[in-house]
Design a protein. Structure first.
Length: 196
C-alpha cells in the first residue's frame, strides 16, 4: 500500500504540466482526487478508463513498464473533475505502425482525440505502442487527421517532421518501440486539425 501512495505522489507531481489543458490539480484544489489504474491487459485498461470516467474522472497521463508488484503493466493516472461524467476513452495497441495510423484516424472520425502514448510489453504481442484517446461529450467534433511517422534513423525522422510541419501537422507524442516490421523505431504521432 505504501508503494501505491508513493506512486500517487510522484504521478501527481508529474501531472503539474497538464494545468495548461484545464485540469485543476491539488495545488489549486485541496479536495482533488486521483485514481491510479494499473493492469497487464490493454483490453482491461480501456474498460477501467471508462469506468473511472463514469465516476467523474479524467485521464491525465499514462506510462507502461515494470511495476514492483504487477510486473509489466500499463499505469494510468486519472484526476477527479468533481463534475458529471463527460469523457469516454478508447485505447489502441499495436506493433504495426500502419495499423496504428489507420485506427487513430477511425477513432478521430468518431470524435476521439489523442491524449497520450506509451510502450507496453505484452505476453503475446511483444512491445506495442499504446495510445489513449479521449472524447468529450460536450465538445463539438473537429475534423482531425493523424499521421504516424516511424523510422530507426533520427536524421530521417527530422526530415519527415519538417515535411509534416509544412503540411500543417503538429507533434502530439513520441515513443521508441520495437515494432513488427522496423525493429527499434522512433514512433511520432502528429495531427492536423481542419478548420470547421
Amino acid at each position: 500500500m505504501r508503494i501505491r501512495a508513493v506512486l500517487v505522489l510522484v504521478l501527481a507531481a508529474l501531472a503539474g504540466s497538464f494545468l495548461e489543458q484545464g485540469i485543476v490539480l491539488a495545488q489549486v484544489n485541496p479536495s482533488a482526487q486521483y485514481r491510479i489504474l494499473a493492469t497487464n491487459r490493454t483490453s482491461t485498461m480501456e474498460r477501467e478508463l471508462n469506468e473511472a470516467a463514469e465516476g467523474g474522472f479524467r485521464f491525465v497521463t499514462v506510462m507502461g513498464g515494470e511495476t514492483a508488484v504487477g510486473g509489466n503493466e500499463v499505469v494510468a493516472l486519472m484526476f477527479g473533475t468533481g463534475g458529471p461524467a463527460q469523457y469516454s476513452y478508447k485505447l489502441l495497441a499495436t506493433n504495426r505502425t500502419s495499423t496504428m495510423e489507420r485506427e487513430l484516424q477511425e477513432a478521430a472520425d468518431a470524435g476521439f482525440l489523442y491524449r497520450g502514448q506509451t510502450i507496453f510489453k505484452t505476453a503475446f504481442g511483444g512491445e506495442e505502442v499504446v495510445c489513449i484517446l479521449e472524447r468529450d461529450a460536450n465538445a463539438s467534433v473537429q475534423p482531425t487527421q493523424y499521421k504516424l511517422l516511424a523510422t530507426n534513423r533520427t536524421s530521417t525522422l527530422e526530415k519527415e517532421l519538417l515535411e509534416a510541419a509544412a503540411a500543417g501537422y503538429e507533434v502530439v507524442g513520441m515513443t521508441v518501440a520495437k515494432t513488427a516490421m522496423g525493429g527499434k523505431e522512433l514512433v511520432v504521432i502528429t495531427k492536423r486539425t481542419s478548420l470547421p
